[in-house]
Design a binder for this molecule. Structure first.
Ligand code: GAP
Length: 507
């Protein structure tokens, strides 16, 4: 079967109720998407799993939930008002507007991220690049700030201008001192946040990949300014294998190399903190069923780095339209805390028990991940067409599956008993009850939306109070007692037991 494109995925997501184009009845609204009845469940499960793994199960990270509209000074201090810009190309005839770096990358296969407007103008002229819609010349490039503006309060003037946050990160810096003191955090520690971010992207594209409203899951991880080399948790990931694409490999046009963290550290390809967070980022995905061969880690070249970053690596995923950023991991040092101290006039330093001195910690790593891009990764790695079954099987990890179980009566006569089973497990899991069509057809419908377990109520149920449970990945079936069903599904989801061991295998 041909490789699934991003357009195929958008069609599938719409057809099955995962994601819809926003306000489709009005012709859609470019860069905005609505999550449907299955999409919202999958998205929430992704966020909950991320929060459990990165916040609740660790003692060194706590979370916050900051507001979407915040004091405009926050964005002046962070540099977003001045520098959060992309370069836009506008056609002199049809007025089509496109993002210059993406257009040049597509046409010339060169990376021009971080280039100045004059350099972009030069490249456009030298290569005689024209408008892709009407083949006319472009006007000179324009810088375009990506932040959405709004007004706070009843007056609409310059003094009431505020912005929708373009990243969640800055709220962490603005609240840093309160959180660090109140949560009694000791370095190294992290503060996490997830939630909506807004960017007025010039050309949103590739479905959920680049939209104007999206969600992020971010951590600012702080270390003592004199202890930025050694990561105390490096042993946890020392044997994790990653696909490394260093700056040198990129410059020499070499292929990425797969190696263990311990070997990459020996070769000084990267430092311990970046190694730790890149491996932790990939491990989170692969623990939830994503395929490790679809990931690589790439160092930003000098010209790509953001204004605040000392060093950045991206965790990239092999999307159908190429290797693209999934999670950025920047070393922001003390840039942000210093800026907020300067703009607010407040002291944000904290007391270090060990040296008995006040210090300003460094953000040794800022793992910043998109929820919507993660959603795509899990969908692409789960999706496959099973020729034997003749239908799509969405092999989502049971923890992520929007619906955990389906309950089917074999025949309508068994509806009462099936409904009782459904009512029993519905109190704990998101389930569906399905009585229409043959059982085979019901299994196929369940496969397509990634329901990991389906319980069929048959005539044996009347005799011995048992149900038949089917596993999506193997189609194997087991018999077990209704009384054990809820606990068995719970243990299967949390990976505490193997399917074959959860009941009597049906031959
Ligand atoms: N605080 C750092 C920061 O925001 P970023 O690389 O601009 O860094 C982090 O964004 C992540 O947010 C990206 O790796 C991506 O997953 C997600 N993201 C950024 N822009 C996006 C967009 N327009 N649509 C969907 N996701 C986006």
């Amino acid at each position: 079967m041909a490789k699934l494109t991003i357009e195929d995925m958008a069609v599938f997501c719409k057809k099955k109720g995962f994601v819809y184009p926003n306000s489709e009845i009005y012709g859609g609204f470019s860069g905005f998407w609505d999550y449907g009845h299955l999409g919202v469940e999958l998205k929430n499960n992704i966020k909950n799993e991320w929060w459990r793994y990165h916040v609740q199960s660790r003692e060194d990270i706590v979370g916050i939930d900051g507001s979407i509209i915040t004091h405009p000074k926050v964005w002046e201090a962070s540099g977003h008002v001045e520098s959060f810009q992309d370069i836009m190309l506008a056609c002199s005839k049809c007025r089509e507007k496109i993002r210059a770096d993406h257009f040049i990358e597509e046409k010339l296969q060169i990376n021009v991220e971080g280039h100045k407007a004059e350099e972009i103008n030069g490249i456009i002229k030298k290569n005689k690049l024209k408008c892709p819609k009407c083949s006319s010349d472009f006007e000179d490039t324009e810088q375009f700030n990506l932040m959405f503006k709004t007004n706070v309060g009843p007056k609409e003037d310059r003094s009431s201008v505020a912005y929708l946050r373009p990243e969640t990160a800055q709220l962490i810096f603005a609240d840093f001192k309160l959180v660090a003191d109140n949560a009694r955090l000791k370095l190294p520690f992290g503060i996490a946040q997830m939630g909506k971010a807004f960017r007025n992207e010039i050309s949103p594209r590739d479905f959920l990949f680049r939209s104007r409203e999206f969600e992020q899951m971010e951590i600012e991880y702080f270390a003592h300014p004199d202890k930025t080399e050694k990561c105390p948790f490096i042993d946890r990931v020392i044997n994790t294998e990653l696909n490394f694409y260093s700056a040198e490999m990129q410059q020499k046009n070499e292929k990425p190399v797969r190696m263990k963290i311990k070997d990459a550290l020996k070769k000084k390809i990267l430092g311990e903190w970046h190694a730790y967070w890149l491996a932790t980022g990939q491990n989170w995905f692969t623990n939830l069923g994503a395929k490790s061969e679809n990931f690589r880690v790439r160092k930003h070249l000098k010209e790509e780095k953001s204004h605040y970053a000392l060093d950045t690596w991206d965790l990239e995923y092999n999307f159908p339209f190429g290797w693209k950023e999934l999670q950025g991991i920047a070393n922001r040092a003390d840039f942000d805390l210093k800026q907020h101290m300067k703009f607010s006039g407040k002291d944000l330093s904290i007391f270090d028990e060990e040296t008995k001195k006040k210090i300003l910690p460094h953000v040794i790593a800022e793992p910043s991940l998109g929820v919507d891009r993660s959603f795509l990764v899990f969908m692409f790695d789960a999706y496959n067409f099973d020729n034997k079954r003749g239908n799509v099987v969405l092999r989502l990890h049971p923890k992520l599956a929007p619906i955990k179980a389906g309950v089917f009566p074999l025949v309508n006569k068994l509806e009462k008993e099936a409904k009782e089973v459904y009512d029993l497990i519905k109190t704990e899991f998101n389930c569906i009850y399905d009585k229409s069509g043959s059982v085979g057809r019901r299994y196929a419908r369940a496969d397509e939306i990634g329901i990991p377990y389906c319980a069929t109520i048959d005539f044996d149920t009347l005799k011995d109070e048992s149900v038949t449970l089917r596993d999506i990945s193997t189609t194997k079936q087991i018999k077990l007692k209704i009384a054990d069903l809820k606990e068995t599904i719970r243990r299967l989801i949390s990976n505490e037991i193997k399917f074959e061991e959860a009941g009597k295998l049906v031959k």
